[in-house]
Design a protein around this ligand. Structure first.
Ligand code: KG4
Ligand code: ZN
Length: 343
C-alpha cells in the first residue's frame, strides 16, 4: 500500500511516499522530500510564523510533485493521504491540511489527520527490520514538545510524562541564544560541547537537574535560568562557551535519560524508543544507550535514522497507515490539538 504523507507544522514543508507491506507492517520510504526554511529564519534567531506560512504556500506543490516523481508513483496508485493536523503553528498547518484535503477530494482518496507527536514516534518504525515488542516507552523530544509515551500496541498511546514549561529542544535553542550562538541551538551546542569534551579538560560549571527525583514530568526553565545567572556573573563567559555548552547539554541529557529509564522500569517496558528533533543528538543517543545497557540490559533501544529525526513526512505517512488500520479513532486522534481543521 502506498501512502502520501504531508507535513507543514513548523518551518519544514515535507512530502513523502511510503510503501507499506500490509501483511508484515514493514515499510519502505520511496521518497522523503523536505524543504527546510532554517536559513531564512536563522537571521531572526527563531521561526517567524508569518514568513513560515508564506514559504509553505510557495513550497507545498513543488514538494509534493517531487515526492511523487522521485518515488515514480502516479496519484492513481496512492491509497491514502496522511497529513499533520497539529500540534504546531496554525498558520503553517493550514497549508498542509488544505492541500491534503483538496488532493483527497480531487483524487478520491481517504484523508487521515495525524498528530505530529505520533508522527515522531513512528519515525522509529520507519524501515525497521526487527520486530517490536510491546509495551514500549518512547521519549519524544523536539523544539515543541517533550513527552514520555507508553504504547501498549499500535493504537494505544498514553502520555506518562511531559514538560511543565520549555521543551528540551526549546531549552537548547534558548541556551544557544543566551550564549550568542544562533539558531537552531541543538546542533551548535552539541558541536561546542564536543570540542570541550575532546579537550580533556574537567567541567567546573555545576548546573541543576530540575525535578529529577520527582515523577516523570520535566522542567527545563530552571536550568535555563541557572545558565543565564552563571553567564551574568562570569566576566569571562565568552571565552568559556564550549564548557558552558558541555555543562548545559550534560544536564539536559542526564535529565532526559534518567526519566526515561525510570518510566521504562515503572511500566515494565520491553522496548525503549527515542524520537524527535533532539534525538539527532549523538551524545543523547550514546548516553541513553549506556544507561539502558546498564539498567535494563535485556531491553532494546530503538533510535530513528538521522534523516527521520527532524520534521519529515515519511513518519506522518506511517503513523497515518496505523491510524487507518484501526477501525476506531486512535487515542492520538482524540487528543486535543491546536485546531481540528475538520480532520
Ligand atoms: O522535531 P523538530 O524538527 O521540530 C519540532 O517538532 O519542534 O525539532 C527541532 C528541535 C530544535 O529545537 C533543535 O534545536 C533540536 O530539535 N535539534 C537538536 C539537534 N538537532 C536538532 N537538539 C540537540 N541536538 C541536535 N543534534
Ligand atoms: Zn517535530
Amino acid at each position: 500500500m502506498y501512502i502520501l504523507g504531508i507535513e507543514s507544522s513548523c518551518d519544514e514543508t515535507a512530502a513523502a511516499i511510503v510503501e507499506i507491506n500490509t501483511k508484515t507492517g514493514k515499510s519502505k520510504t520511496l521518497s522523503n522530500i523536505i524543504s527546510s526554511q532554517i536559513e531564512i529564519h536563522q537571521k531572526y534567531g527563531g521561526v517567524i510564523p508569518e514568513i513560515a506560512a508564506r514559504e509553505h504556500v510557495l513550497n507545498i506543490i513543488p514538494v509534493i510533485y517531487e515526492a511523487l516523481s522521485k518515488a515514480k508513483i502516479t496519484p492513481k496508485k496512492i491509497e491514502a493521504i496522511a497529513v499533520t493536523k497539529g500540534p504546531g503553528l496554525i498558520t503553517s498547518l493550514i497549508t498542509g491540511t488544505e492541500t491534503a484535503r483538496t488532493l483527497a477530494y480531487v483524487w478520491h482518496k481517504p484523508l487521515i489527520g495525524v498528530n505530529h507527536i505520533a508522527g515522531h514516534i513512528y519515525s522509529d518504525f520507519l524501515e525497521l527490520k526487527q520486530k517490536i515488542i510491546f509495551p514500549l516507552v518512547v521519549l519524544t523530544v523536539s523544539g515543541g514538545h517533550t513527552n514520555l509515551v507508553l504504547m501498549k500496541n499500535h493504537n494505544s498511546f498514553k502520555i506518562i510524562g511531559e514538560t511543565r514549561d520549555d521543551a528540551a529542544g526549546e531549552a537548547y535553542d534558548k541556551g544557544a541564544k543566551m550564549l550568542d550562538l544562533g539558531y537552531p541551538g541543538g546542533p551548535i551546542i552539541s558541536k561546542y560541547a564536543r570540542i570541550f569534551a575532546e579537550s580533556g579538560k574537567k567541567n567546573t560549571i555545576a548546573l541543576p537537574r530540575p525535578m529529577i527525583g520527582n515523577g516523570l514530568d520535566f522542567s527545563f526553565s530552571g536550568l535555563k535560568t541557572a545558565l543565564l545567572y552563571k553567564i551574568q556573573k562570569d566576566p569571562n563567559w565568552e571565552k568559556r562557551v564550549p564548557e558552558y555548552c558541555f555543562a548545559y547539554q550534560e544536564a539536559i541529557i542526564d535529565i532526559l535519560s534518567r526519566k526515561t529509564i525510570t518510566a521504562a522500569k515503572k511500566y515494565g517496558a520491553k522496548t525503549i524508543m527515542l524520537s524527535g528533533g533532539v534525538s539527532a543528538n549523538l551524545e543523547l543517543r550514546t548516553y541513553l544507550a549506556a544507561k539502558v545497557t546498564q539498567e535494563l540490559p535485556k531491553n532494546p533501544l530503538i533510535v530513528p535514522k538521522l534523516s527521520y529525526t527532524t520534521d519529515n513526512a515519511a513518519m506522518i505517512a506511517l503513523a497515518g497507515y496505523y491510524a487507518l488500520q484501526s477501525k476506531t479513532k486512535t487515542s492520538w486522534q482524540k487528543l486535543k490539538v491546536d485546531v481540528n481543521f475538520g480532520l
